[in-house]
Design a binder for this molecule. Structure first.
Ligand code: C2E
Ligand code: CA
Ligand code: CA
Ligand code: CA
Length: 278
């Protein structure tokens, strides 16, 4: 017969679930962080495989948390989204990235595209279209240099409302990228419907490309579809030159990854750019 152990009863129920406490604490800390301007954008280069030149950057947010150090987005973006704080945080990131892009334009890197990550929550609010225009206006960044990154799930979530926003951005010459491509559920038809300029092939398919035949088949298929639709491809998470070569031979257009540089603060990125041009 099956033996059942003694039953233990909890002596008390915790007043709040530990996750909830953490959520509330992080939310309040984020609110303060926003007021005190504790967020930073770090920049990672994107390299064109045909010319081997830097053609763009992606802005990635970090939180310089006093007494803690540099907090990565994986540790706070979710709370920011669930609490709605991603609206002001995302707006800050958009303005900051456009501003930085304009500065780099003035310093001679006038072809560098500036990638900004957008959260699905930002589309829910309905003010994003206007924010983008204002950020361009305030910074003087040319619209064709702004590259807005959204995910397949964002496209799926907001099918009805997103179309007109994306269409108006496209009309201005703003570029659109589909981030983490292949991990969501959007059909390939979305590529055509939303007129994406670029798809970012997710790191999970890229990482083991040299050894994994299935990943190679998936990446090959993505590149082929993209090529036939005239959509540019960029592979994320490229950690070796060998991998970059493999991707080049498969017809991938661009690469981004630690082998070139990890995301860097603006000053360090500028130094990296200068060194890369030599
Ligand atoms: P993502 O948009 O897919 O960004 C790429 C992530 O991969 C970045 O992580 C980057 O540092 C990392 N990465 C780049 N190259 C390599 C590589 O060669 N190997 C490996 N292992 N990783 C690489 P990070 O900066 O921690 O950002 C994580 C995610 O947080 C981003 O994923 C994006 O979804 C989100 N995020 C970052 N900044 C923002 C933002 O301003 N707004 C919003 N809404 N989300 C953001
Ligand atoms: Ca991204
Ligand atoms: Ca990405
Ligand atoms: Ca990604």
């Amino acid at each position: 017969a099956k033996k059942t152990g003694p039953r233990f009863y909890r002596l008390f129920e915790p007043p709040m679930n530990a996750d909830l406490i953490r959520f509330v604490e992080t939310r309040e800390a984020l609110r303060v962080a926003l007021e005190r301007n504790e967020f930073e954008l770090h920049y990672q280069p994107q390299i064109d495989l045909s010319t081997r030149r830097v053609i763009g950057v992606e802005a990635l947010i970090r939180w310089r948390r006093p007494g803690v150090g540099l907090v990565m987005p994986g540790d706070f973006i979710e709370v920011a989204e669930e609490s709605g704080l991603i609206l002001p945080i995302g707006r800050w990131a958009l303005y900051e990235a456009c501003q930085q892009g304009a500065v780099w334009g003035q310093r001679g890197w006038s072809n560098l595209s500036i990638g900004v990550n957008l959260s699905a929550v930002q589309f829910r609010e309905g003010q994003l279209g206007e924010d983008v225009l204002k950020a361009l206006d305030a910074s003087g960044l040319h619209p064709a240099r702004l590259d807005l990154e959204l995910t397949e799930s964002t496209l799926l979530c907001h099918q009805e409302t997103i179309s007109s926003t994306l269409t108006s951005w496209k009309a201005l010459g703003i570029r659109l990228s589909i981030d983490d491509f292949g991990t969501g559920y959007a059909s390939l038809a979305y590529l055509k419907r939303f007129k994406a300029d670029t798809i970012k092939i997710d790191r999970s398919f890229v990482q083991h490309l040299l050894t994994d035949q299935e990943d190679r088949a998936i990446v090959k298929a993505i590149i082929q579809v993209a090529q036939s639709l005239n959509v540019c491809t960029i592979a994320e998470g490229v950690e070796s030159f060998e991998l970059a070569e493999q991707l080049a031979s498969m017809g991938c257009d661009q690469v981004q990854g630690f082998v070139y540089s990890k995301p860097l603060p603006p000053d360090a990125f500028e130094k990296w750019l200068l060194a890369a041009e030599v």
